[in-house]
Write a protein that binds this ligand. Structure first.
Ligand code: HEC
Ligand code: HEC
Ligand code: HEC
Ligand code: HEC
Ligand code: HEC
Ligand code: HEC
Ligand code: HEC
Ligand code: HEC
Length: 413
């Protein structure tokens, strides 16, 4: 009997080898340590092939979705994700290693429901494998780096591009007094108390200026055109970093400390994104190409600037103003899963000294200037703080933020 699969591919020797040996190798690897079910699987796989497959809507098994598994199938996170994963002390070693979720879920967490997909006759390998593996060939079964290992910097590690289905819930207000200065040995946090007006020491533990210009003469991230003039080009030190791993969190939140949430309760810190998170961003998707920006962090963060896309942290007085002057992080309403609560109020552009919002137009405030220009010319584009929002109508809040002119004193009264 010829299997239909063989007819379609011009019985060359290579293909016989591939077609016969690869499935054998795959199934034995998938079921390693469980040879009886491996036998069962092969015969089942074959008898299913004979029957004409029922017409079902095509499902893309290269794209795992938590919506399907967590919401529809109601599976708990720890039914798939294990802490610690088997390789926890291989990916990080010595002092740096700690109980972490450092690898993809194992085959066992899928097989009960996906035998058919795991043993599908697809070349070069069943499509479902690609959710975790870069390749599944006899000599190469490498997996992607599990994305929670964002702090590993080895350039040889292969990272899969993906858009996260989650937002991270970090209650800032509960941590401001707890997270003090962080020392590298992961044991000692020095508690600091939060003083108003001053930047709490804790902010810098998790947020640093990304690729600062420092003392360098190179102001821009990439080389701007010679005729740039006053036009916008991305400068160094624009962004702040955000944590990219569990290293800081699990120093305090681990099975021994008893400080909830424990590592295995993934869902306390990771919340499936809701439509609330889909705000329009002050971002132009053609900019990175035009500016030849390839940096992964910039490509990830820039489209998430929902308010003032051109703002640079490392500019002028910005480094001297308390973070809390612009970010309401000490307030319980500041929620990292809801970007509407993360709005930087326009008033903060005025600062203590009136910087960009001045008493009068003549005092040089950028907001005063741009609102005035817009009044004169409806086509005027506001570029001081914005990338794309500068073409939209001026929000009411902007005009209201300007100081009301002092009322004229009426001599009759
Ligand atoms: C049915 C098994 C399964 C369950 C249940 C599951 N995951 Fe996953 N998770 C996976 C697989 C497989 C991947 C890798 C594929 C991918 O990135 O989509 C993954 C990737 C992730 C990622 C990185 C990708 C992303 O979208 O950010 C996060 C974060 C994550 N899981 C968190 C969770 C949380 C939180 C829960 C519980 C609410 C959960 N997972 C439940 C299987 C599962
Ligand atoms: C409790 C049963 C169950 C478990 C366990 C399970 N799945 Fe699924 N999965 C489903 C169902 C049901 C669907 C919907 C499509 C279908 O019927 O195949 C699905 C769909 C998928 C899809 C198609 C895209 C999507 O998510 O909608 C992928 C890929 C997938 N699963 C991968 C996995 C992987 C990898 C694991 C193990 C880490 C896993 N599943 C564990 C039941 C399960
Ligand atoms: C949900 C993620 C996931 C999917 C999907 C998946 N694998 Fe794996 N695979 C793993 C993990 C994790 C290991 C390591 C398990 C261990 O160390 O015990 C592994 C190990 C293996 C190994 C053993 C090699 C080694 O490093 O020890 C082979 C072979 C393999 N997988 C093949 C496949 C094939 C073929 C498919 C598709 C039919 C597949 N895998 C789908 C996660 C996955
Ligand atoms: C223990 C680590 C930690 C500390 C300390 C911390 N943050 Fe955060 N911060 C986070 C995490 C995690 C997020 C969510 C990141 C994400 O969206 O993935 C976040 C998000 C933010 C955001 C929103 C970023 C955005 O998406 O636009 C701002 C603003 C912020 N933090 C400011 C502060 C300020 C100000 C302080 C000091 C009072 C501070 N953070 C202290 C971990 C920390
Ligand atoms: C003068 C106001 C101002 C000050 C001071 C300030 N920020 Fe920001 N920050 C912003 C603006 C504006 C954004 C962009 C917000 C947006 O558009 O979503 C931002 C964005 C962020 C982000 C998200 C990542 C990014 O760069 O887009 C983090 C994290 C953050 N700030 C942390 C801090 C921390 C920590 C401090 C103190 C060390 C600080 N900021 C000081 C105004 C400020
Ligand atoms: C210095 C130790 C420390 C670090 C580091 C730390 N936490 Fe916490 N976390 C705590 C403490 C203590 C509490 C309890 C605070 C309270 O209830 O007032 C807490 C509470 C929480 C809660 C709220 C639990 C609840 O029941 O409401 C979440 C969520 C959380 N932390 C997430 C994180 C994340 C995410 C990180 C890393 C970005 C992190 N924590 C880093 C000490 C820490
Ligand atoms: C104490 C809070 C906390 C717990 C518990 C937690 N995480 Fe995380 N996780 C974080 C923070 C903070 C980050 C880094 C911020 C980010 O990537 O946006 C992160 C990052 C990740 C990433 C990388 C996501 C990305 O978009 O690059 C994955 C994958 C992940 N976690 C999976 C898990 C899984 C699976 C569990 C449960 C076994 C878990 N986490 C438990 C706080 C937590
Ligand atoms: C000094 C910096 C600055 C200048 C100048 C400025 N903006 Fe803004 N803009 C902000 C900040 C900060 C926010 C977020 C806070 C807010 O919405 O009030 C914002 C928000 C916006 C939004 C989004 C409103 C929303 O709620 O989503 C639009 C649209 C906008 N600005 C248009 C303009 C226009 C048009 C001008 C010129 C007349 C202008 N801006 C000038 C800083 C500035």
């Amino acid at each position: 009997m010829k299997l239909p699969l063989f007819n379609s591919c011009q019985l060359s020797r290579v293909f016989i080898v591939l077609a016969v040996l690869l499935p054998l190798w795959l199934s034995s690897s998938i079921m390693r340590g469980n040879s009886s079910s491996f036998q069962r699987e092969r015969s089942r796989g074959r008898s299913q092939k004979k029957a004409a497959p029922p017409k079902k809507p095509k499902i893309d098994y290269t794209k795992f979705s938590h919506q399907t598994h967590v919401v529809s199938q109601k599976l708990a996170c720890d039914s798939c994700h294990k802490v610690p994963a088997k390789n926890w002390n291989v990916v990080r070693t010595g002092e740096k290693a700690f109980h972490d979720v450092t690898d993809f879920p194992e085959h066992a967490s899928c097989l009960n429901c996906h035998r058919e997909q795991f043993f599908a006759r697809e070349r070069p390998a069943p499509s479902i494998c690609s959710n975790c593996h870069i390749a599944v060939r006899p000599k190469d079964t490498t997996r992607w780096v599990f994305p929670s290992l964002g702090d590993l910097s080895d350039p040889k590690l292969k990272r899969r591009e993906f858009i996260s289905e989650f937002a991270v819930a970090f209650p800032h207000d509960k941590h401001i007094d707890v997270v003090g200065s962080f020392s590298r040995d992961r044991q000692s946090f020095i508690a600091v108390s939060f003083q108003e007006k001053k930047t709490p020491a804790s902010c810098a533990v998790c947020h640093a200026t990304y690729q600062p210009q420092g003392n360098s003469n190179e102001e821009y991230v990439t080389k701007p055109p010679k005729d740039l003039g006053d036009n916008f080009w991305l400068k160094k030190g624009t962004f702040k970093t955000i944590p990219n791993s569990h290293t800081t969190c699990f120093t305090c939140h681990n099975a021994d400390s008893g400080i909830a949430p424990e590592p295995k309760t993934c869902n306390v810190c990771h919340k499936l994104l809701s439509s609330e998170n889909k705000l329009p961003a002050d971002f132009d998707p053609t900019l990175p190409t035009r500016m030849a920006i390839t940096d992964r962090y910039v490509l990830l963060r820039w489209p998430q600037r929902f308010y003032a896309g051109a703002f640079r942290h490392e500019a002028g007085l910005h480094t001297e103003i308390s973070c809390l002057n612009c970010h309401d992080a000490a307030n319980a309403t500041f929620s990292t899963t809801n970007p509407k609560t993360l709005k930087v109020p326009i008033k903060s552009c005025g600062g203590e000294e009136g910087c960009h919002i001045t008493q009068t137009l003549d005092d040089g405030g950028a907001l005063n200037f741009e609102i005035d220009q817009r009044k004169k010319d409806p086509k005027f584009v506001c570029t001081k703080c914005h990338i794309t929002f500068g073409t939209l109508p001026t929000p009411d809040g902007h005009a209201k933020a300007l100081p009301t002119p002092k009322p004229k004193v009426n001599p009759a009264e």
